[in-house]
Ligand binder design. Structure first.
Ligand SMILES: [Zn+2]
Length: 397
């Protein structure tokens, strides 16, 4: 078993390598095809080796009136007059105090622009962090598999709220070398949302992170004579050039968006219908939004997103790049200069995969390839159900 060193960069684009001389020096470079979704879609794919239609995680929120943490909010079906933004902040805080702890990256976020009467329809999909045992209900993650095989690993930088990379990774010291060392660099995504990935602020950050990673790599080299290494990211970033106010669009057609059970996120508007009239009305209004379209079965098949039920929507409207919705469950999108979560076919949706060893043919790696490639380095068998491939050319499957 050769030790393996992996650096993960959230949202790093292949085009940004021009600012990163150390990463650019990796001889074998592929683009990384993203999943159609955000972090909550991409991370389960890379840690489980299966696509969303298998691990079943697509959005932060799903329809789940039975296990919702917001049962108490049912009373707001009758108390709508008390529903305003400060009340939502207050009641959200109370909910967090009384329910069992959610240790996932997003936790139980505030549903900013959603009436309280709809909160009891929804539940979060993730209840724990990616590396915690049993993160996915359907499949083991790479962390579960290694724990089960008694193979030790070290994760650096994935702790939420413990400071940025220069604190978490910069201060890290290699003690005992584990079979797998995983450095997690999360800030490129935040910088990209705020400034754009090609903005001076982000470019300066990229240069610094490149040096940080180079130092870590060299320190590791001094300790370990022979090891595998790869660098990867989960998706790219696309500059926002248009904001669509779906509330105004519904009003223009004589309807209040909040007459319908809905969740509006950066570039998705999802609906659950109580009757056929609701569906007809919503479909008619959405058909006037030229910047996007309703996802069809053909899309679900092509992007591996077929779901067993309507947990993610009876209807899912997708807003294409470079547009975002302005009033969402996350807020008012004012600081979002750049976004992801668009169709993987956009070249700017691509992340990257870098290696110093020959890789199998092809222009793209996929997120589901991460788990089998890592298992192969550790000399472990790749489970049959895995959708991804071992990317090392030396491997024969
Ligand atoms: Zn992001």
């Amino acid at each position: 078993m050769k030790p393996i060193l992996i650096f993960f960069f959230d949202a790093l684009k292949p085009e940004s390598l021009q600012y990163m001389p150390f990463l650019s020096s990796f001889a074998y470079q592929r683009r990384m095809r993203a999943e159609l979704g955000h972090s909550v879609t991409c991370h389960p794919s890379m840690y489980s080796g299966v696509h969303p239609n298998q691990h079943l995680q697509w959005f932060v929120w799903r329809y789940d009136p039975v296990y919702t943490p917001f049962k108490w909010a049912r009373v707001f079906q009758y108390l709508g007059f008390m529903d305003n933004l400060p009340a939502r902040y207050f009641l959200h805080k109370c909910t967090r105090m009384f329910r069992e702890e959610n240790t996932s990256w997003f936790g139980v976020p505030l549903l900013v622009n959603l009436p309280l009467k709809y909160w009891p329809y929804f539940n979060v999909v993730e209840d724990r962090a990616w590396d915690e045992p049993g993160y996915l209900t359907e499949y083991p993650t790479i962390f579960d598999i290694l724990r089960q095989q008694n193979i030790d690993f070290e994760i650096v930088g994935m702790v939420k709220g413990a400071g940025d990379e220069f604190v978490q990774i910069g201060q890290h010291e290699f003690k005992e070398i584990r079979p797998w060392t995983y450095f997690f660099l999360g800030s490129v995504d935040a910088y990209s949302h705020r400034y754009g990935q090609d903005a001076p602020e982000t470019v300066e950050r990229l240069r610094k992170l490149d040096r940080l990673v180079e130092v870590k790599y060299e320190t590791y080299c001094l300790r370990v004579p022979d090891f595998d290494v790869f660098v990867f990211s989960d998706h790219g970033h696309i500059r926002v050039e248009k904001r669509v106010d779906i509330h105004t669009i519904f009003r223009c057609h004589g309807h209040n968006l909040h007459k319908f059970i809905n969740l509006v996120e950066s570039n998705y508007a999802r609906f659950w219908f109580r009757n056929d009239d609701e569906r007809a009305t919503v479909e008619r209004i959405l058909s006037t939004i030229k910047e996007g379209f309703v996802l069809t079965d053909e899309h679900f098949r092509r992007y591996h997103l077929e779901m067993p039920d309507n947990r993610y929507g009876d209807l899912i409207f997708y807003l294409d790049a470079p547009a975002i919705f302005s009033k969402t469950i996350w807020g008012f999108s004012r600081k979002q200069r750049s976004m992801h979560g668009y169709l993987p076919d956009h070249p700017d949706s691509d992340g990257l995969f870098l290696s110093q060893q020959p890789l199998i043919e092809g222009t793209h790696a996929e997120l589901v390839d991460v788990l089998p490639t890592l298992l192969d380095s550790l000399g472990l068998p790749v489970p049959d159900y895995v959708d991804g491939r071992v990317l090392w050319q030396r491997a024969r499957r």
